[in-house]
Design a protein around this ligand. Sequence first.
Ligand SMILES: [Zn+2]
Ligand SMILES: [Zn+2]
Length: 642
Amino acid sequence: MITVTLPDGSAKEVEHGAPVKAVAEAISPRLAEAALVAYVDDQLVDLTYPLTRDAAIRIVTSKNPEALEVYRHSTAHLLAAAVTALFPKVQCGIGPPIEDGFYYDFIVERPFVPEDLEAIEARMREIAARDYVYERQMWPRQEAIDFFAGRGEPLKVQLIEEKTAGQKEVSVYTIKDRDVFVDFCVGPHVPTSGRLKAFKLTATSNAYWKGDASNAPMQRVYGTAFFSQKQLDEHLARIEEAKKRDHRKLGRELDLFQLHQVSPGAVFWTPRGTTLYNTLVAFCQSRQKADFQEIKTPLLYSKTLWEQSGHWGKYRDNMFLVMNNETNEHDMSLKPMNCPSHHLYYATARRSYRELPLRLVTFDVLHRNELSGALSGLTRVRQFAQDDCHVYLRQDQIASEVKFLMDFILGHYEAFGLASSIKFATRPETRIGDDAMWDRAEAALRSALEATGKPYAIKEGDGAFYGPKIDFDVTDSLGRAWQLGTIQLDYAAPERFDLNYVGEDNAEHRAVVIHRAVCGSLERFIAILIEHFAGAFPLWLAPVQAIVLPIADRHADYAREAARVLDAAGLRAEVDERKEKVNYKIREAQLQKIPYMLVVGDREAAERAVAVRSRAKGDLGPRPLDQFVTDALAEVRAKALS
Ligand SMILES: [Zn+2]
Ligand SMILES: [Zn+2]
Protein backbone atom coordinates (compact mmCIF):
# COMPACT_ATOMS: atom_id res chain seq x y z
CA MET A 1 0.00 0.00 0.00
CA ILE A 2 1.05 3.61 -0.47
CA THR A 3 -0.03 6.71 1.40
CA VAL A 4 -1.29 9.83 -0.32
CA THR A 5 -1.78 13.19 1.35
CA LEU A 6 -4.79 15.33 0.41
CA PRO A 7 -4.96 19.14 0.28
CA ASP A 8 -6.78 19.28 3.66
CA GLY A 9 -3.81 17.46 5.24
CA SER A 10 -5.61 14.13 5.66
CA ALA A 11 -4.07 10.89 4.38
CA LYS A 12 -5.49 7.92 2.46
CA GLU A 13 -4.07 4.51 1.64
CA VAL A 14 -4.35 3.05 -1.86
CA GLU A 15 -2.89 -0.02 -3.50
CA HIS A 16 0.50 0.31 -5.15
CA GLY A 17 -0.09 1.00 -8.85
CA ALA A 18 -3.66 2.21 -8.41
CA PRO A 19 -4.71 5.05 -10.75
CA VAL A 20 -5.10 8.56 -9.35
CA LYS A 21 -8.82 8.23 -10.06
CA ALA A 22 -9.00 5.68 -7.22
CA VAL A 23 -8.09 8.48 -4.79
CA ALA A 24 -10.92 10.66 -6.16
CA GLU A 25 -13.33 7.72 -5.81
CA ALA A 26 -12.22 7.12 -2.25
CA ILE A 27 -12.94 10.77 -1.40
CA SER A 28 -16.41 10.94 -3.01
CA PRO A 29 -18.21 9.58 -6.09
CA ARG A 30 -19.14 13.15 -7.03
CA LEU A 31 -15.50 14.22 -7.03
CA ALA A 32 -14.61 11.19 -9.16
CA GLU A 33 -17.33 12.23 -11.59
CA ALA A 34 -16.10 15.83 -11.78
CA ALA A 35 -12.37 15.02 -11.86
CA LEU A 36 -10.49 15.97 -15.05
CA VAL A 37 -6.81 15.61 -14.13
CA ALA A 38 -4.78 15.62 -10.92
CA TYR A 39 -1.61 16.88 -9.34
CA VAL A 40 0.75 14.22 -8.02
CA ASP A 41 3.12 16.36 -5.98
CA ASP A 42 3.81 19.16 -8.49
CA GLN A 43 3.14 17.18 -11.65
CA LEU A 44 -0.16 17.51 -13.51
CA VAL A 45 -1.20 14.01 -14.68
CA ASP A 46 -4.03 12.00 -16.21
CA LEU A 47 -6.52 10.31 -13.89
CA THR A 48 -5.18 6.95 -15.09
CA TYR A 49 -1.68 7.79 -13.85
CA PRO A 50 -0.50 4.88 -11.67
CA LEU A 51 0.54 5.76 -8.12
CA THR A 52 3.82 4.08 -7.23
CA ARG A 53 5.07 6.17 -4.31
CA ASP A 54 3.78 8.23 -1.40
CA ALA A 55 2.72 11.60 -2.72
CA ALA A 56 0.58 14.69 -2.21
CA ILE A 57 -2.53 14.48 -4.42
CA ARG A 58 -4.86 17.22 -5.54
CA ILE A 59 -7.79 16.35 -7.80
CA VAL A 60 -8.45 19.01 -10.44
CA THR A 61 -12.01 19.71 -11.66
CA SER A 62 -13.55 22.36 -13.88
CA LYS A 63 -13.68 24.57 -10.78
CA ASN A 64 -9.87 24.92 -10.92
CA PRO A 65 -8.69 27.43 -13.54
CA GLU A 66 -5.66 25.33 -14.51
CA ALA A 67 -8.02 22.63 -15.82
CA LEU A 68 -9.09 24.89 -18.68
CA GLU A 69 -5.73 24.55 -20.46
CA VAL A 70 -5.91 20.76 -20.27
CA TYR A 71 -9.51 20.90 -21.47
CA ARG A 72 -8.61 23.10 -24.44
CA HIS A 73 -5.56 21.06 -25.31
CA SER A 74 -7.74 17.92 -25.23
CA THR A 75 -10.15 19.68 -27.59
CA ALA A 76 -7.20 20.37 -29.93
CA HIS A 77 -6.65 16.58 -30.14
CA LEU A 78 -10.33 16.21 -30.97
CA LEU A 79 -9.78 18.70 -33.78
CA ALA A 80 -6.76 16.76 -35.06
CA ALA A 81 -8.73 13.51 -34.93
CA ALA A 82 -11.56 15.06 -36.96
CA VAL A 83 -9.17 16.57 -39.53
CA THR A 84 -7.32 13.26 -39.85
CA ALA A 85 -10.62 11.48 -40.49
CA LEU A 86 -11.81 13.99 -43.10
CA PHE A 87 -8.50 14.70 -44.87
CA PRO A 88 -6.65 11.38 -45.11
CA LYS A 89 -3.37 12.82 -46.44
CA VAL A 90 -3.07 15.42 -43.68
CA GLN A 91 0.01 15.77 -41.53
CA CYS A 92 -0.46 16.94 -37.95
CA GLY A 93 1.88 19.45 -36.30
CA ILE A 94 1.27 20.67 -32.77
CA GLY A 95 -1.90 21.68 -30.91
CA PRO A 96 -1.31 23.76 -27.78
CA PRO A 97 -3.79 25.69 -25.65
CA ILE A 98 -3.46 29.46 -26.01
CA GLU A 99 -4.83 32.52 -24.25
CA ASP A 100 -8.43 32.25 -25.43
CA GLY A 101 -8.60 28.71 -26.74
CA PHE A 102 -6.34 26.44 -28.73
CA TYR A 103 -5.01 25.82 -32.20
CA TYR A 104 -3.68 22.91 -34.24
CA ASP A 105 -1.34 23.18 -37.25
CA PHE A 106 -1.72 20.90 -40.28
CA ILE A 107 -0.05 20.34 -43.63
CA VAL A 108 -2.95 19.93 -46.03
CA GLU A 109 -3.25 19.82 -49.83
CA ARG A 110 -5.28 23.02 -49.98
CA PRO A 111 -6.15 25.80 -47.54
CA PHE A 112 -9.21 25.22 -45.37
CA VAL A 113 -12.39 27.06 -46.35
CA PRO A 114 -15.24 28.02 -43.96
CA GLU A 115 -17.29 24.96 -45.02
CA ASP A 116 -14.35 22.78 -43.97
CA LEU A 117 -14.50 24.23 -40.47
CA GLU A 118 -18.21 23.41 -40.26
CA ALA A 119 -17.57 19.82 -41.37
CA ILE A 120 -14.61 19.46 -38.99
CA GLU A 121 -16.61 20.82 -36.09
CA ALA A 122 -19.50 18.45 -36.85
CA ARG A 123 -17.06 15.52 -36.86
CA MET A 124 -15.57 16.72 -33.57
CA ARG A 125 -19.06 16.66 -32.02
CA GLU A 126 -19.54 13.08 -33.24
CA ILE A 127 -16.26 11.96 -31.71
CA ALA A 128 -17.04 13.81 -28.47
CA ALA A 129 -20.51 12.23 -28.28
CA ARG A 130 -19.06 8.72 -28.54
CA ASP A 131 -17.24 9.42 -25.27
CA TYR A 132 -13.99 7.79 -26.35
CA VAL A 133 -11.31 7.28 -23.72
CA TYR A 134 -8.14 9.36 -23.95
CA GLU A 135 -5.71 6.55 -23.33
CA ARG A 136 -2.09 7.11 -22.50
CA GLN A 137 0.18 4.33 -23.79
CA MET A 138 3.91 4.01 -23.36
CA TRP A 139 5.51 2.74 -26.57
CA PRO A 140 9.12 1.78 -27.21
CA ARG A 141 10.62 4.92 -28.74
CA GLN A 142 11.66 3.25 -32.00
CA GLU A 143 8.20 1.72 -32.41
CA ALA A 144 6.63 5.17 -32.10
CA ILE A 145 9.06 6.65 -34.63
CA ASP A 146 8.38 3.79 -37.08
CA PHE A 147 4.63 4.10 -36.54
CA PHE A 148 4.47 7.83 -37.36
CA ALA A 149 7.00 7.46 -40.22
CA GLY A 150 4.84 4.67 -41.67
CA ARG A 151 1.78 6.91 -41.46
CA GLY A 152 3.54 9.62 -43.43
CA GLU A 153 3.89 12.00 -40.47
CA PRO A 154 7.53 13.16 -40.56
CA LEU A 155 6.70 16.14 -38.32
CA LYS A 156 5.66 13.84 -35.48
CA VAL A 157 8.84 11.78 -36.04
CA GLN A 158 10.84 14.99 -35.75
CA LEU A 159 9.02 15.99 -32.54
CA ILE A 160 9.63 12.60 -30.96
CA GLU A 161 13.29 12.70 -31.94
CA GLU A 162 13.73 16.18 -30.49
CA LYS A 163 11.66 15.84 -27.34
CA THR A 164 12.52 12.33 -26.18
CA ALA A 165 16.24 11.96 -26.93
CA GLY A 166 17.68 9.34 -24.58
CA GLN A 167 14.27 7.96 -23.51
CA LYS A 168 13.50 4.28 -24.04
CA GLU A 169 9.75 4.80 -24.13
CA VAL A 170 7.55 7.67 -25.26
CA SER A 171 3.96 8.49 -24.38
CA VAL A 172 1.34 8.46 -27.09
CA TYR A 173 -2.34 9.09 -26.71
CA THR A 174 -5.10 7.35 -28.54
CA ILE A 175 -8.72 8.30 -28.71
CA LYS A 176 -10.33 4.83 -28.44
CA ASP A 177 -7.86 2.97 -30.63
CA ARG A 178 -5.13 3.40 -33.20
CA ASP A 179 -7.63 3.34 -36.05
CA VAL A 180 -9.55 6.35 -34.77
CA PHE A 181 -6.65 8.54 -33.77
CA VAL A 182 -3.26 8.41 -32.17
CA ASP A 183 -0.98 11.31 -31.37
CA PHE A 184 2.41 11.75 -29.77
CA CYS A 185 1.97 13.93 -26.70
CA VAL A 186 3.22 14.23 -23.15
CA GLY A 187 -0.32 14.99 -21.88
CA PRO A 188 -2.21 15.21 -19.68
CA HIS A 189 -5.78 15.16 -21.03
CA VAL A 190 -9.35 14.90 -19.84
CA PRO A 191 -10.38 11.26 -19.27
CA THR A 192 -12.84 10.93 -22.16
CA SER A 193 -13.92 12.89 -25.23
CA GLY A 194 -17.45 13.13 -23.79
CA ARG A 195 -16.16 15.59 -21.20
CA LEU A 196 -15.63 18.14 -23.97
CA LYS A 197 -19.02 19.85 -24.00
CA ALA A 198 -18.65 23.34 -25.41
CA PHE A 199 -16.25 24.20 -28.22
CA LYS A 200 -16.19 26.17 -31.43
CA LEU A 201 -13.73 26.53 -34.31
CA THR A 202 -13.18 30.22 -34.85
CA ALA A 203 -10.67 30.86 -37.66
CA THR A 204 -7.91 29.56 -39.90
CA SER A 205 -4.64 31.21 -40.82
CA ASN A 206 -1.40 30.47 -42.59
CA ALA A 207 1.41 29.15 -40.40
CA TYR A 208 4.79 27.52 -40.76
CA TRP A 209 6.24 24.50 -39.04
CA LYS A 210 7.86 25.89 -35.91
CA GLY A 211 6.90 29.40 -36.98
CA ASP A 212 9.82 29.55 -39.42
CA ALA A 213 8.96 30.80 -42.92
CA SER A 214 11.71 28.64 -44.46
CA ASN A 215 9.84 25.53 -43.24
CA ALA A 216 6.79 23.86 -44.73
CA PRO A 217 3.68 26.10 -44.94
CA MET A 218 0.84 24.90 -42.74
CA GLN A 219 -2.79 25.72 -42.06
CA ARG A 220 -3.62 26.71 -38.51
CA VAL A 221 -7.11 26.11 -37.21
CA TYR A 222 -8.10 28.14 -34.17
CA GLY A 223 -10.80 27.13 -31.78
CA THR A 224 -12.00 27.81 -28.31
CA ALA A 225 -13.52 25.67 -25.62
CA PHE A 226 -15.21 26.25 -22.28
CA PHE A 227 -16.60 24.07 -19.53
CA SER A 228 -20.17 25.14 -20.34
CA GLN A 229 -22.15 26.33 -23.33
CA LYS A 230 -23.09 29.46 -21.38
CA GLN A 231 -19.43 30.42 -20.88
CA LEU A 232 -18.73 29.71 -24.55
CA ASP A 233 -21.69 31.83 -25.69
CA GLU A 234 -20.59 34.70 -23.46
CA HIS A 235 -17.06 34.45 -24.84
CA LEU A 236 -18.29 34.47 -28.46
CA ALA A 237 -20.52 37.47 -27.70
CA ARG A 238 -17.50 39.28 -26.23
CA ILE A 239 -15.51 38.54 -29.40
CA GLU A 240 -18.35 39.93 -31.54
CA GLU A 241 -18.43 43.06 -29.37
CA ALA A 242 -14.62 43.35 -29.57
CA LYS A 243 -14.82 43.18 -33.38
CA LYS A 244 -17.34 46.03 -33.39
CA ARG A 245 -15.05 48.03 -31.14
CA ASP A 246 -11.82 47.23 -33.00
CA HIS A 247 -9.89 50.51 -32.94
CA ARG A 248 -8.79 50.04 -36.58
CA LYS A 249 -12.44 49.84 -37.66
CA LEU A 250 -13.61 52.68 -35.40
CA GLY A 251 -10.54 54.72 -36.35
CA ARG A 252 -11.82 54.69 -39.94
CA GLU A 253 -15.50 55.16 -39.12
CA LEU A 254 -14.89 58.04 -36.71
CA ASP A 255 -12.14 59.50 -38.91
CA LEU A 256 -9.44 59.46 -36.23
CA PHE A 257 -6.29 58.18 -37.96
CA GLN A 258 -4.78 56.72 -41.12
CA LEU A 259 -1.87 54.39 -41.86
CA HIS A 260 0.10 54.37 -45.06
CA GLN A 261 2.34 51.66 -46.49
CA VAL A 262 5.17 54.11 -47.20
CA SER A 263 5.63 54.59 -43.45
CA PRO A 264 4.72 51.29 -41.81
CA GLY A 265 3.85 51.49 -38.13
CA ALA A 266 3.66 55.29 -38.07
CA VAL A 267 0.36 57.12 -37.71
CA PHE A 268 -1.27 59.94 -39.65
CA TRP A 269 -3.64 61.58 -37.15
CA THR A 270 -6.66 63.28 -38.75
CA PRO A 271 -7.92 66.61 -37.33
CA ARG A 272 -10.30 64.74 -35.02
CA GLY A 273 -7.63 62.21 -34.04
CA THR A 274 -5.15 65.00 -33.40
CA THR A 275 -7.67 66.71 -31.10
CA LEU A 276 -8.10 63.45 -29.20
CA TYR A 277 -4.32 63.00 -28.99
CA ASN A 278 -3.70 66.56 -27.82
CA THR A 279 -6.53 66.37 -25.27
CA LEU A 280 -4.95 63.26 -23.78
CA VAL A 281 -1.50 64.89 -23.64
CA ALA A 282 -2.99 68.04 -22.08
CA PHE A 283 -4.65 65.85 -19.44
CA CYS A 284 -1.33 64.16 -18.64
CA GLN A 285 0.41 67.55 -18.53
CA SER A 286 -2.17 69.07 -16.22
CA ARG A 287 -1.77 66.23 -13.73
CA GLN A 288 2.01 66.58 -13.87
CA LYS A 289 2.16 70.35 -13.67
CA ALA A 290 2.77 70.67 -9.95
CA ASP A 291 5.29 67.91 -9.28
CA PHE A 292 7.08 67.26 -12.58
CA GLN A 293 9.22 69.23 -15.03
CA GLU A 294 8.60 68.76 -18.74
CA ILE A 295 11.59 68.99 -21.10
CA LYS A 296 12.27 68.23 -24.77
CA THR A 297 15.42 66.41 -25.87
CA PRO A 298 16.98 65.48 -29.27
CA LEU A 299 15.66 62.54 -31.33
CA LEU A 300 18.97 61.51 -32.93
CA TYR A 301 22.11 60.46 -31.02
CA SER A 302 25.57 59.14 -31.73
CA LYS A 303 26.22 55.53 -30.76
CA THR A 304 28.55 56.64 -27.97
CA LEU A 305 25.44 57.48 -25.95
CA TRP A 306 23.91 54.04 -26.61
CA GLU A 307 27.20 52.36 -25.68
CA GLN A 308 27.19 54.25 -22.42
CA SER A 309 23.57 53.30 -21.70
CA GLY A 310 24.05 49.66 -22.69
CA HIS A 311 21.46 49.79 -25.50
CA TRP A 312 24.09 49.33 -28.23
CA GLY A 313 24.91 45.87 -26.90
CA LYS A 314 21.49 44.74 -25.68
CA TYR A 315 18.93 46.58 -27.78
CA ARG A 316 20.52 47.59 -31.11
CA ASP A 317 18.32 45.26 -33.22
CA ASN A 318 15.29 47.27 -32.12
CA MET A 319 16.81 50.64 -33.01
CA PHE A 320 16.68 52.53 -36.30
CA LEU A 321 20.32 53.21 -37.14
CA VAL A 322 21.05 56.31 -39.18
CA MET A 323 23.85 56.84 -41.67
CA ASN A 324 26.31 59.48 -40.48
CA ASN A 325 27.70 61.14 -43.62
CA GLU A 326 30.81 62.31 -41.79
CA THR A 327 31.91 58.81 -40.82
CA ASN A 328 30.06 56.95 -43.60
CA GLU A 329 28.78 54.55 -40.96
CA HIS A 330 25.44 53.80 -39.36
CA ASP A 331 26.73 55.03 -36.04
CA MET A 332 23.76 57.19 -35.06
CA SER A 333 20.30 56.12 -33.96
CA LEU A 334 16.83 57.54 -33.47
CA LYS A 335 16.01 57.22 -29.79
CA PRO A 336 13.92 54.18 -28.86
CA MET A 337 13.43 55.58 -25.35
CA ASN A 338 14.05 58.82 -23.48
CA CYS A 339 16.07 57.54 -20.54
CA PRO A 340 19.64 58.27 -21.71
CA SER A 341 18.71 61.78 -22.86
CA HIS A 342 17.19 62.54 -19.45
CA HIS A 343 20.31 61.21 -17.71
CA LEU A 344 22.51 63.43 -19.89
CA TYR A 345 20.32 66.40 -19.09
CA TYR A 346 20.40 65.67 -15.34
CA ALA A 347 24.19 65.51 -15.46
CA THR A 348 24.50 68.93 -17.14
CA ALA A 349 24.20 70.65 -13.76
CA ARG A 350 25.44 70.15 -10.23
CA ARG A 351 22.38 68.87 -8.34
CA SER A 352 21.61 69.51 -4.70
CA TYR A 353 19.75 67.11 -2.39
CA ARG A 354 17.17 69.90 -2.09
CA GLU A 355 16.15 69.42 -5.75
CA LEU A 356 15.37 65.73 -5.24
CA PRO A 357 13.22 63.94 -6.14
CA LEU A 358 13.63 65.62 -9.54
CA ARG A 359 11.04 64.34 -12.00
CA LEU A 360 11.71 64.96 -15.70
CA VAL A 361 8.97 64.20 -18.24
CA THR A 362 9.06 64.14 -22.03
CA PHE A 363 6.46 63.37 -24.71
CA ASP A 364 9.00 63.15 -27.57
CA VAL A 365 8.62 60.87 -30.58
CA LEU A 366 10.34 57.47 -30.20
CA HIS A 367 11.18 54.86 -32.82
CA ARG A 368 11.52 51.12 -32.35
CA ASN A 369 12.23 48.77 -35.19
CA GLU A 370 9.40 46.26 -34.83
CA LEU A 371 9.20 43.60 -37.56
CA SER A 372 6.79 44.82 -40.24
CA GLY A 373 4.76 41.60 -39.88
CA ALA A 374 4.15 42.39 -36.20
CA LEU A 375 2.72 45.86 -36.86
CA SER A 376 -0.98 46.34 -36.18
CA GLY A 377 -3.13 49.48 -35.99
CA LEU A 378 -2.13 51.66 -33.06
CA THR A 379 -1.19 48.79 -30.77
CA ARG A 380 2.03 47.66 -32.51
CA VAL A 381 3.73 50.65 -34.08
CA ARG A 382 7.26 51.78 -34.90
CA GLN A 383 6.80 55.45 -34.11
CA PHE A 384 5.10 56.53 -30.92
CA ALA A 385 5.35 58.79 -27.89
CA GLN A 386 5.27 57.95 -24.21
CA ASP A 387 4.40 59.94 -21.13
CA ASP A 388 7.93 59.12 -20.10
CA CYS A 389 9.32 60.24 -16.77
CA HIS A 390 12.61 59.72 -14.96
CA VAL A 391 12.88 60.48 -11.31
CA TYR A 392 16.28 61.24 -9.76
CA LEU A 393 16.23 60.68 -6.04
CA ARG A 394 18.06 59.69 -2.90
CA GLN A 395 18.13 56.11 -1.69
CA ASP A 396 16.07 57.06 1.39
CA GLN A 397 13.32 58.56 -0.81
CA ILE A 398 12.50 55.34 -2.70
CA ALA A 399 9.56 54.21 -0.53
CA SER A 400 7.77 57.56 -0.49
CA GLU A 401 8.45 58.08 -4.20
CA VAL A 402 7.06 54.66 -5.16
CA LYS A 403 3.93 55.43 -3.14
CA PHE A 404 3.61 58.84 -4.83
CA LEU A 405 4.06 57.39 -8.32
CA MET A 406 1.66 54.51 -7.69
CA ASP A 407 -1.09 56.87 -6.54
CA PHE A 408 -0.39 59.05 -9.57
CA ILE A 409 -0.61 56.11 -11.99
CA LEU A 410 -3.72 54.52 -10.43
CA GLY A 411 -5.47 57.91 -10.41
CA HIS A 412 -4.86 58.24 -14.14
CA TYR A 413 -6.55 54.90 -14.92
CA GLU A 414 -9.44 55.71 -12.61
CA ALA A 415 -10.13 58.87 -14.62
CA PHE A 416 -10.95 56.62 -17.60
CA GLY A 417 -12.85 53.98 -15.61
CA LEU A 418 -10.10 51.41 -16.20
CA ALA A 419 -9.66 48.89 -13.37
CA SER A 420 -6.02 48.10 -12.63
CA SER A 421 -3.82 45.43 -11.08
CA ILE A 422 -0.18 45.45 -10.01
CA LYS A 423 2.72 43.09 -10.76
CA PHE A 424 6.26 42.97 -9.43
CA ALA A 425 8.82 41.82 -12.03
CA THR A 426 12.24 40.48 -11.01
CA ARG A 427 15.66 40.17 -12.73
CA PRO A 428 15.57 38.83 -16.31
CA GLU A 429 18.04 36.42 -17.90
CA THR A 430 19.64 39.13 -20.08
CA ARG A 431 20.70 41.96 -17.79
CA ILE A 432 23.42 44.38 -16.83
CA GLY A 433 24.78 44.81 -13.30
CA ASP A 434 25.99 42.20 -10.79
CA ASP A 435 23.87 40.08 -8.46
CA ALA A 436 24.58 42.33 -5.47
CA MET A 437 23.12 45.31 -7.36
CA TRP A 438 20.02 43.27 -8.28
CA ASP A 439 19.59 42.01 -4.71
CA ARG A 440 19.67 45.59 -3.47
CA ALA A 441 17.33 46.94 -6.17
CA GLU A 442 14.76 44.14 -5.82
CA ALA A 443 14.73 44.43 -2.03
CA ALA A 444 14.32 48.22 -2.14
CA LEU A 445 11.53 48.24 -4.74
CA ARG A 446 9.72 45.36 -3.14
CA SER A 447 9.71 46.84 0.34
CA ALA A 448 8.48 50.14 -1.14
CA LEU A 449 5.67 48.22 -2.85
CA GLU A 450 4.86 46.29 0.36
CA ALA A 451 4.66 49.60 2.23
CA THR A 452 1.81 50.79 0.00
CA GLY A 453 -0.31 47.87 1.23
CA LYS A 454 -1.67 47.28 -2.29
CA PRO A 455 -2.06 43.66 -3.45
CA TYR A 456 0.30 42.52 -6.21
CA ALA A 457 1.39 39.41 -8.14
CA ILE A 458 4.99 38.39 -8.92
CA LYS A 459 6.39 37.98 -12.43
CA GLU A 460 9.73 36.18 -12.10
CA GLY A 461 12.36 37.16 -14.67
CA ASP A 462 10.24 39.86 -16.30
CA GLY A 463 12.19 42.91 -15.10
CA ALA A 464 13.91 45.43 -17.39
CA PHE A 465 17.51 44.65 -18.30
CA TYR A 466 18.72 47.38 -15.92
CA GLY A 467 16.41 46.83 -12.96
CA PRO A 468 13.30 45.34 -11.33
CA LYS A 469 9.92 46.94 -11.98
CA ILE A 470 6.32 47.30 -10.91
CA ASP A 471 3.94 46.85 -13.85
CA PHE A 472 0.36 48.06 -14.03
CA ASP A 473 -2.27 46.15 -16.00
CA VAL A 474 -5.66 47.66 -16.72
CA THR A 475 -8.89 45.83 -17.50
CA ASP A 476 -11.12 47.48 -20.09
CA SER A 477 -14.91 47.45 -20.32
CA LEU A 478 -14.80 44.09 -22.16
CA GLY A 479 -12.76 42.51 -19.37
CA ARG A 480 -9.55 42.40 -21.40
CA ALA A 481 -6.24 43.05 -19.66
CA TRP A 482 -3.62 45.42 -21.08
CA GLN A 483 -0.18 46.07 -19.64
CA LEU A 484 0.34 49.82 -19.42
CA GLY A 485 2.28 51.67 -16.76
CA THR A 486 5.55 50.88 -15.12
CA ILE A 487 7.79 51.94 -12.25
CA GLN A 488 11.35 50.68 -12.74
CA LEU A 489 14.14 51.05 -10.24
CA ASP A 490 17.55 51.53 -11.81
CA TYR A 491 20.91 51.41 -10.00
CA ALA A 492 22.83 50.79 -13.22
CA ALA A 493 22.18 54.10 -15.01
CA PRO A 494 23.56 56.26 -12.15
CA GLU A 495 26.83 54.29 -12.42
CA ARG A 496 26.99 54.44 -16.21
CA PHE A 497 26.08 58.12 -16.38
CA ASP A 498 27.81 59.16 -13.15
CA LEU A 499 24.61 60.68 -11.74
CA ASN A 500 25.24 62.40 -8.42
CA TYR A 501 23.91 64.99 -6.05
CA VAL A 502 25.48 67.08 -3.33
CA GLY A 503 24.18 65.99 0.05
CA GLU A 504 23.52 67.91 3.24
CA ASP A 505 27.06 66.95 4.22
CA ASN A 506 28.36 68.85 1.17
CA ALA A 507 29.77 65.59 -0.27
CA GLU A 508 28.81 63.97 -3.59
CA HIS A 509 26.45 60.99 -3.45
CA ARG A 510 25.14 58.56 -6.07
CA ALA A 511 21.57 59.31 -7.15
CA VAL A 512 19.00 56.59 -7.78
CA VAL A 513 16.88 56.55 -10.98
CA ILE A 514 13.24 55.51 -11.34
CA HIS A 515 11.71 55.14 -14.82
CA ARG A 516 7.98 55.78 -14.90
CA ALA A 517 5.34 55.61 -17.65
CA VAL A 518 1.57 55.78 -17.11
CA CYS A 519 -0.04 55.46 -20.54
CA GLY A 520 3.03 53.74 -21.95
CA SER A 521 2.75 54.39 -25.68
CA LEU A 522 0.15 57.14 -26.21
CA GLU A 523 -0.78 55.52 -29.53
CA ARG A 524 -1.54 52.21 -27.85
CA PHE A 525 -3.32 53.94 -24.96
CA ILE A 526 -5.60 55.70 -27.45
CA ALA A 527 -6.33 52.34 -29.12
CA ILE A 528 -7.34 50.98 -25.71
CA LEU A 529 -9.51 54.03 -25.04
CA ILE A 530 -11.22 53.71 -28.43
CA GLU A 531 -12.10 50.07 -27.69
CA HIS A 532 -12.87 50.64 -24.01
CA PHE A 533 -15.38 53.41 -24.83
CA ALA A 534 -16.44 51.82 -28.16
CA GLY A 535 -15.61 55.22 -29.70
CA ALA A 536 -18.19 56.98 -27.49
CA PHE A 537 -15.69 59.12 -25.58
CA PRO A 538 -16.71 61.02 -22.47
CA LEU A 539 -17.48 64.65 -23.19
CA TRP A 540 -14.12 66.04 -22.04
CA LEU A 541 -12.25 63.71 -24.42
CA ALA A 542 -14.59 63.68 -27.44
CA PRO A 543 -12.96 65.30 -30.52
CA VAL A 544 -16.29 66.93 -31.39
CA GLN A 545 -18.29 67.65 -28.25
CA ALA A 546 -21.43 69.14 -29.79
CA ILE A 547 -22.85 69.45 -33.28
CA VAL A 548 -25.43 72.09 -34.13
CA LEU A 549 -28.11 70.86 -36.54
CA PRO A 550 -30.19 73.57 -38.30
CA ILE A 551 -33.65 72.30 -39.31
CA ALA A 552 -33.84 74.47 -42.45
CA ASP A 553 -31.57 76.82 -44.39
CA ARG A 554 -33.01 79.84 -42.67
CA HIS A 555 -31.65 78.56 -39.33
CA ALA A 556 -28.03 78.31 -40.57
CA ASP A 557 -27.04 81.79 -39.35
CA TYR A 558 -28.24 81.10 -35.82
CA ALA A 559 -26.62 77.62 -35.92
CA ARG A 560 -23.26 79.20 -36.79
CA GLU A 561 -23.70 81.78 -34.06
CA ALA A 562 -24.52 79.09 -31.49
CA ALA A 563 -21.38 77.16 -32.55
CA ARG A 564 -19.31 80.35 -32.14
CA VAL A 565 -20.66 80.79 -28.59
CA LEU A 566 -19.76 77.19 -27.73
CA ASP A 567 -16.35 77.62 -29.30
CA ALA A 568 -15.65 80.83 -27.38
CA ALA A 569 -16.58 79.04 -24.15
CA GLY A 570 -13.91 76.41 -24.91
CA LEU A 571 -16.19 73.67 -26.24
CA ARG A 572 -15.45 71.86 -29.51
CA ALA A 573 -18.48 72.40 -31.74
CA GLU A 574 -19.36 71.90 -35.41
CA VAL A 575 -22.36 72.79 -37.59
CA ASP A 576 -23.96 70.34 -40.01
CA GLU A 577 -25.23 72.69 -42.73
CA ARG A 578 -25.91 70.03 -45.35
CA LYS A 579 -29.31 70.13 -47.07
CA GLU A 580 -30.45 66.91 -45.39
CA LYS A 581 -33.44 66.17 -43.20
CA VAL A 582 -32.66 66.82 -39.54
CA ASN A 583 -33.44 63.20 -38.61
CA TYR A 584 -30.79 62.06 -41.05
CA LYS A 585 -28.27 64.47 -39.50
CA ILE A 586 -29.14 63.18 -36.02
CA ARG A 587 -28.61 59.60 -37.14
CA GLU A 588 -25.21 60.49 -38.61
CA ALA A 589 -24.12 62.43 -35.53
CA GLN A 590 -25.20 59.47 -33.42
CA LEU A 591 -23.06 57.14 -35.59
CA GLN A 592 -20.17 59.59 -35.18
CA LYS A 593 -20.77 59.21 -31.42
CA ILE A 594 -20.88 62.97 -30.86
CA PRO A 595 -22.00 63.52 -27.24
CA TYR A 596 -24.50 66.35 -27.88
CA MET A 597 -26.68 67.17 -30.88
CA LEU A 598 -28.21 70.64 -30.72
CA VAL A 599 -31.21 71.02 -33.03
CA VAL A 600 -32.16 74.60 -33.90
CA GLY A 601 -35.33 75.80 -35.64
CA ASP A 602 -37.55 78.91 -35.57
CA ARG A 603 -38.31 78.73 -31.87
CA GLU A 604 -34.70 78.10 -30.81
CA ALA A 605 -33.47 80.95 -33.02
CA ALA A 606 -36.09 83.31 -31.57
CA GLU A 607 -35.38 82.36 -27.95
CA ARG A 608 -31.59 81.90 -28.23
CA ALA A 609 -32.06 78.27 -27.20
CA VAL A 610 -31.09 74.78 -28.38
CA ALA A 611 -33.09 71.53 -28.42
CA VAL A 612 -30.62 69.18 -26.75
CA ARG A 613 -30.23 65.56 -27.75
CA SER A 614 -27.72 63.42 -25.84
CA ARG A 615 -25.86 60.54 -27.49
CA ALA A 616 -26.58 58.36 -24.46
CA LYS A 617 -29.90 59.65 -23.12
CA GLY A 618 -31.75 60.76 -26.26
CA ASP A 619 -33.98 63.85 -26.34
CA LEU A 620 -33.42 66.21 -23.38
CA GLY A 621 -35.69 69.00 -24.62
CA PRO A 622 -35.04 72.71 -25.22
CA ARG A 623 -32.68 74.73 -23.05
CA PRO A 624 -31.32 78.28 -23.22
CA LEU A 625 -27.99 78.24 -25.12
CA ASP A 626 -26.10 79.76 -22.18
CA GLN A 627 -27.53 77.12 -19.87
CA PHE A 628 -26.31 74.36 -22.19
CA VAL A 629 -22.82 75.94 -22.21
CA THR A 630 -22.76 76.10 -18.40
CA ASP A 631 -23.93 72.48 -18.06
CA ALA A 632 -21.51 71.16 -20.67
CA LEU A 633 -18.54 73.00 -19.15
CA ALA A 634 -19.40 71.53 -15.74
CA GLU A 635 -19.50 68.05 -17.30
CA VAL A 636 -16.11 68.64 -18.95
CA ARG A 637 -14.58 69.91 -15.71
CA ALA A 638 -15.89 66.91 -13.78
CA LYS A 639 -14.46 64.60 -16.47
CA ALA A 640 -17.72 62.68 -16.07
CA LEU A 641 -17.58 59.17 -17.54
CA SER A 642 -21.21 58.63 -18.48
ZN1 LIG B 1 -2.00 16.11 -25.89
ZN1 LIG C 1 13.39 55.11 -18.94
